[in-house]
Design a protein. Structure first.
Length: 194
């Protein structure tokens, strides 16, 4: 990846970050509105089928950090330190499709250069796997915050913290792949020293 390609990729990430931060309240409100419409129209059914699998994975992550939880379909039940039970519903809109869209936009911009097919495949696989893991950790964090601090802080983190986490992930991802995978090939030109 040339310096020009890196600069273009970084500018794309900065532009996405600025747009998201400026429009965050509007995006969150509009996203909630679209979610309610999609639920009423039944458009959520295909993606809702993924939710029970993700809920079980989130319960596994919560168990790793010592939080007692269980999954039943699209619901996660968590118990706080006092033994109180909290039930969380995971909708199709919470599984992280927005972060995959942002990843796709950044891949379109970041893989425009003359990278090898092998490097491109590695970048896509690492990006998709990392984004999916981030989404699992994000949902687990919402559940952990709900069990520890209550529903309101969990909702605030769900609505705003998730977007910030995705942007941070994209920056870290592109720094990693630019440094270790999309390394510019050595120049064929011979430098002449005066």
């Amino acid at each position: 990846m040339t310096r020009h390609d890196r600069d273009a990729m970084n500018m794309t990430l900065v532009a996405i970050t600025c747009a998201l931060l400026m429009l965050l309240p509007l995006v969150t409100t509009f996203d909630d509105l679209l979610t309610s419409w999609a639920l009423q129209l039944g458009a959520n059914n295909p993606l809702q089928g993924i939710v029970p699998i993700e809920a079980r994975m989130v319960v596994g992550l919560l168990g790793l950090v010592g939080i007692h939880a269980a999954a039943s379909g699209s619901h996660i039940v968590i118990w706080d330190a006092a033994g109180s039970m909290h039930t969380l519903f995971i909708s199709w809109n919470c599984i992280g499709w927005q972060s995959l869209v942002l990843l796709g936009i950044s891949l379109f911009s970041g893989l425009r250069g003359r990278q090898s097919l092998e490097a491109r495949v590695q970048v896509v696989l690492i990006g998709v796997a990392g984004t999916m893991l981030l989404n699992l950790m994000r949902v687990a964090a919402v559940a952990a915050i709900a069990a520890t601090f209550g529903q309101i802080p969990a909702l605030i983190f769900h609505d705003y913290g998730g977007t910030i986490l995705v942007v941070c992930w994209l920056f870290a991802f592109w720094i990693f792949v630019q440094r270790w995978i999309l390394v510019a090939p050595p120049s064929d030109e011979v430098e002449v020293f005066a």
